[in-house]
Design a protein around this ligand. Structure first.
Ligand code: SF4
Length: 470
């Protein structure tokens, strides 16, 4: 078969059927591995040095991927396990690595998480850390959060979750009902956008809420360029993590990237609530009302005005989004937020692919789709990859693809625009500096999507229809 005929054949329905029947091969999955998510979480606690117990190549991949997304140096170390550690165990690597990292980089704490090799050979990292303390390699009271993050299970969102639980287990003192701290602890979940974290903080600040965002890596992955490198430029203050179990309550803004942590908090009798990611007007309304209900703080007029402006912007842009067909891929919580937004705008989701989605996510998404007349044409695919999505785009075309940069190849083959939301975004600048949550984020979503359609219209118009007014 020639290259030309193969290129034509992969666009046929016959090929799609073979592609959909594929079982033992994954092509371009829309997910990263557990330790990458753990690293993002580890960046979000004050003075914490992320430490990969595993091979150097894994650490290089995480740092490289994150640096390309944030265009920022990402500090993390690894104990460089090689073939001999795979045979004899990684104890020596871990202890030597801890000593070097502690001496050279002077962190306030370390977060140690594993890569595949350490998990395959069953390294007992708890015992290794105990030995390091006994041997005096690190001080007895030096905090070290641990997480097992095997990549042959789960994805980056699971790794984030396991690491967050590791922080609470290591740092937080037991809950004492007589010593509650009156703070609302907010967990955004795996959200690759520092602008989203800042937007959540801005809204909580405007409401006058005493809060802790946990973890908070917004200043670490997006620090100001002052000409001087700072190794630990931000993060949730450690004393607030220590006091976390004494929170008045926790509010989770994602479900599928926080289930392990929520289970842990329930076991520790910490009250918590969970809502959908505040993307779109109705989800943002629910977020603000939930915060108001939990804290007794009123939503100020200033935020009401923001809402009014976004409703106006949605009305202006409505004709360009209403009735358009969309394909989407990404993490479960981000997809739920984005689809909620599209349904508000009269957009029609058609293909929804989540490689790291679960049957529970599929049910939740189908209920959301059922709640709107615009959701009736959609099919939800969990555990499927971007090669599966490509066949869908070719044989059941849509007007736009929404997802991260990995979608650009399928979008090009299908001749449709890609609006970039999710992780990683490695081929456009500064998108992580524009929120997609809150009313401000909804305004950005409206602007990105409607203008992408208008750009397409201009690019594809003949002379007779190339208009100044759109
Ligand atoms: S999948 Fe495993 S081996 Fe590959 S980068 Fe992730 S942790 Fe390392």
């Amino acid at each position: 078969m020639s290259a030309q005929s193969t290129a034509e054949w992969i666009n046929t329905k016959e090929y799609q059927d073979l592609n959909f029947a594929r079982k033992d091969l994954v092509i371009n999955p829309a997910k990263a591995c557990q330790p990458l998510g753990a690293l993002v979480c580890a960046l979000g606690v004050e003075g914490c040095l992320p430490f990969v117990h595993g091979s150097q190549g894994c650490a290089a991949y995480f740092r490289n991927n994150l640096s390309r997304h944030y265009r920022e140096p990402i500090s993390a170390v690894s104990d460089s396990m090689t073939e001999d550690s795979a045979v004899f165990g990684g104890q020596k690597n871990l202890i030597d690595g801890m000593e070097n990292a502690y001496t050279l980089y002077k962190p306030k704490m370390m977060a140690i998480f594993t890569s595949c090799m350490a998990e395959v050979i069953g390294d007992d990292i708890n015992a290794y850390v105990d030995k390091a303390r006994l041997d005096g390699v690190i001080p007895e009271d030096f905090p070290i959060a641990l997480a097992h993050t095997p990549s042959f299970k789960g994805s980056h969102i699971t790794g984030y979750d396991n690491m967050l639980k590791g922080f609470l287990q290591e740092l937080a003192k037991p809950r004492n009902e007589q010593e509650l701290n009156d703070r609302l602890y907010v967990v955004s979940g795996f959200d690759p956008s520092p602008a989203n974290l800042r937007e959540i903080k801005r809204l909580l600040g405007k409401m006058g809420v005493e809060y802790t965002l946990l973890p908070d890596y917004s200043d670490v992955v997006d620090s100001p360029n002052t000409g001087t490198f700072e190794m630990y430029p931000g993060g949730t203050p450690m004393n607030e993590v220590v006091d976390a179990l004494n929170a008045e309550s926790f509010l989770f803004l994602q479900s599928y990237s926080t289930s392990v942590t929520r289970k842990y908090l329930k076991k520790e009798n910490v009250p918590l609530e969970m809502i959908s990611m505040p993307m779109g007007i109705s989800n943002t309304d629910r977020f603000l009302m939930k915060v108001s209900e939990m804290t007794g703080k009123a939503i100020p007029a200033e935020i009401d005005e923001e809402r009014g402006r976004v409703v106006d912007a949605a009305t202006d842009a409505h004709p360009y989004i209403h009735g358009k067909r969309f394909a989407l891929f990404g993490d479960p919580d981000v997809l739920l937020g984005t689809v909620n937004f599209l349904l508000e705008m009269g957009g029609v989701p058609v293909h929804i692919v989540s490689t790291n989605g679960t049957p529970a996510f599929q049910t939740e998404m189908e209920e959301l789709l059922d709640s709107s007349p615009y959701g009736k044409s959609a099919t939800v695919y969990v555990g499927k990859d971007l090669w599966h999505l490509r066949s869908l785009l070719i044989n059941d075309p849509v007007d736009m693809l929404i997802g991260d940069s990995h979608g650009k190849y399928a979008a090009r083959d299908a001749g449709i625009p890609l609006v970039r939301i999710g992780f990683p975004i490695t081929d456009r600048v500064n998108l992580h500096r524009y929120p997609t949550v809150g009313y401000e984020g909804t305004l950005n979503l409206i602007t990105m999507i409607a203008n992408a359609f208008l750009d397409e219209k201009d690019r594809n118009s003949d002379n007779a229809h190339f208009e100044l007014l759109r």
